[in-house]
Design a binder for this molecule. Sequence first.
Ligand SMILES: Cc1ncc(COP(=O)(O)O)c(C=O)c1O
Length: 399
Amino acid sequence: MAPDSNPFAMPLEHVQVQPAGGNAAQRVIGPRDFAAAWAEITAWEGYAPTPLVPLPGLAACIGVAALHYKDEGPRFGLGSFKALGGSYAALRVLAREISRQLGRKVPLAEIRQRRHRDACAAITLVSATDGNHGRSLAWGCRRFGARCRIYIHAEVSEGRAAAMRALGAEVIRIDGDYDASVRQAREEAEANGWFVVSDTSWEGYTDPPRDVMAGYGVMTREICAALPVPPTHVFLQGGVGGLAAAVAAGLRQHYGADSPRVVIVEPDRAACLFESARNGRPTAVAIEEETIMAGLSCGEPSEMAWEILREEARDFLTIPDALIPPTVRLLARCETGDPAVRAGESAVAGLAALIAARKSKALSVALGLDAASRVLLIGSEGVTDPDIFAAIMEGEDAA
Ligand SMILES: Cc1ncc(COP(=O)(O)O)c(C=O)c1O
């Protein structure tokens, strides 16, 4: 096989850092934040843990001892782990606002049980999204009876926009990229008295993003309960970094010193965490071309997520888009004898990076990966856009 016919043989860009010391994994989102989100979300109708799929056949092919893939496809019927974040943050925003209006602390359960129907119906929650966060927010707004406006950028697929409209959201498509949609959502919310429920944080805006990350903690708790032994590595795909930071913090709180080595994986077209690691501070990058990994197409890191990742992550990798279709097909076709998994483009970034890393001796050594490694992967979405999935499945892998 010619080396360039196999996309996994291309060297990946890698930055290794000495993580900053500190207790961000306890301080930025504390065990109490995670516990509160767990207590609330697991009480929702339709809650069920998502599968943690062991992939022993693939592990043997790749050359690691164990591989576990947390399949977030079935999460609340919404297709991704994001179902845990935006909806929970929406509930908390509503509870805070109605508490303010009534001059007493309104418990989340009162909002959930629709005891403040009229007050909720007068509140509009807004956010920018590349699809999955908006879907979660729209779903939460419908559940709790608030109005919802979602800002999407030019490249978000029509399938993803339609899914949000079907949940009752008003969807506004703007001309620019994801970061421009974040700015527009903020500006219009300020002008109209709406509430931004964002999955990314910035100076002075931290409550909803913390709640979003606390919601993601449900996934980490389920993983820790299901894993027989701690993993040695976790490969975490990064958009703004909220997923990675929430999982890294949750694992640290659970495993302490036995927490796995955290490897961050981003598209080379939107590598803001990689650049932040290189510079030692949150760094924005310009997105010149959209990546196929739509959920990871973010040029500005979440400041709050970065606070955690600068202490918890040791390695940052970027991957080219070319790795994604073959990895989606690999999981769906299960030629290794493992259960078939139907995954979206952003879900497989960690697996794609792992396969490429194991093909390089130097990168395996640098990441401390060997035949004894036990790797955890977050399958962050299922088939959130059936047309894109079908097109990928029709493609051919290089012989
Ligand atoms: C499927 C999927 N995976 C991963 C991510 C990355 O999450 P974060 O932006 O919190 O880093 C996203 C974000 O939208 C996503 O939709």
